[in-house]
Design a protein. Structure first.
Length: 241
């Protein structure tokens, strides 16, 4: 830490200067949000079937009676032993938001290609409550560019985050967030998707750390993150509860 130590008056001057930039960022975010809402939509004509704890369900069923559906593309492949650490970090922030999202006509569902039994086991380990279904055997993950076959990874470029990336930067699974709308006729539209660091604002812990004295204190993106039951002392903390 090499921060300069100054008087209260100097600190206030620096803080007010930063506040102007923070307000600029807030206003820019408002403009981006407005543009996001004005984005054109794509009608979803393909039928997708998911394995759920209640049996087979189509994409329309995942809305659960609401008109808006948010799908988090959770990195957990068919042969993975555990879910992605970063996806787990984000998902730790979801359960508390569910009542508010549901009340506001939004359903949140995580989707992974792992078989449902593997999903359920990892979900139980993490103690999560949000809906999580399997797209195993479906084209869903491939169509929304978050899963990649060996043939995809053998190409010169892999299509991810709306561009071609080097295969060395890709994996068989990558994260993302997609939004869908269902109208009164039951028609479904894909309205938005975000990949890579796009959904980062959903991770409240990062937003708090950004305001802490040492910030994220990382050398690489989220290199400090572990699954919440893997931190030193986590098991002792859980046992006390």
């Amino acid at each position: 830490m090499q921060n300069q130590v100054v008087s209260r008056e100097q600190w206030l001057e620096a803080r007010r200067a930063l506040l102007l930039k923070e307000k600029e960022a807030t206003h820019l975010r408002d403009r981006i949000n407005a543009e996001r809402l004005a984005m054109p939509w794509v009608k979803v004509d393909k039928d997708y079937v998911f394995d759920t704890p209640q049996g087979k369900k189509g994409l329309s069923d995942l809305f659960d009676g609401r008109s808006q559906l948010m799908i988090y593309h959770f990195m957990l492949g068919p042969d993975w032993e555990a879910g992605c650490t970063g996806c787990s970090f984000l998902s730790d922030h979801v359960d508390g938001a569910l009542p508010h999202l549901n009340h506001h006509d939004v359903t949140w569902v995580a989707v992974s290609r792992a078989p449902l039994a593997k999903i359920d086991a990892y979900k139980k380990r993490m103690g999560w409550k949000f809906p999580w279904v399997s797209s195993f055997g479906s084209d869903f993950n491939f169509d929304y560019h978050v899963s990649f076959s060996p043939e995809d990874l053998a190409k010169d470029k892999v299509f991810y985050n709306f561009t071609g990336i080097e295969p060395a930067e890709a994996h068989d699974e990558l994260p993302g967030l997609s939004s869908f709308y269902k109208n009164e006729r039951g028609e479904i539209f894909h309205t938005y998707s975000s990949y890579a660091r796009g959904p980062e604002e959903l991770i409240g812990t990062l937003m708090i750390l950004d305001r802490a004295p040492k910030g994220r204190n990382e050398e690489g993106t989220m290199d400090f993150v572990k699954r919440h039951d893997e931190y030193e002392g986590a098991q002792k903390t859980q046992s006390r509860h």
